[in-house]
Design a protein around this ligand. Sequence first.
Ligand code: DC
Length: 224
Amino acid sequence: MSRTVAIDGPSGAGKSTIGYALAQEIDATFVDTGLMYRALTLAAVERGVDVEDGPLLGFLATECRIEVERPRPEQTDRFETVRLDGRDVTAEVREPRIDRAVSAVSRHAEVRDAMLEVQRAVAARGDTVMVGRDIGTVVLPNASLKVFLTADAQVRAARRAAEMGAPDRLNEYLAEIERRDAADSGRAIAPLRQAEGALVLDTGRLSVRECVESIVARLGDERA
Ligand code: DC
């Protein structure tokens, strides 16, 4: 049977960095579900689809082709490549206009249903580390291991500012993170929640390596 690790947590908690390092370590496929929601949001923005129109967004989610794949060796700026109808949109989906709209797009039942199907199909192919907001609670409730990553909003904002090379914009990033935390945790369907039995790690206190080691150790315990 294949192993699946579900990693959830708020924006900027380090899910991608830790999830990717873990996937490398245990030789699993890494899937960042946030990228899929971002690609759909880009499709909606480009087509002028209203972010409040759940049925139309759900239709768009089944109509457009969203693919995540391993980057080429020279593409060191990313953990994954995301394509929208064949076009590489990996950089574009990180733009602020997508940050602003993605929570609204991802709160619709029609959108989540479409994504759920794709995400489960990917995880069924083999060992997978999947990161997002509802992976342990909804997408893969039978995951081999569930992990919840947290960190203080200040810590997450500072990380994001450093990542973007804009330490002077710390307050802007903090406001954006707090807004998205509230939207992702407060929505009716598949809100961000800690799954029962999840291994909780504070990435403000632990290094990436320490987190990966804790997860690998717990995976070993689960198998024993
Ligand atoms: O992880 P991220 O910041 O790239 O995710 C972008 C948005 O996508 C996030 O604000 C909420 C949504 N999302 C979601 O609703 N469910 C997931 N499993 C992953 C992301």
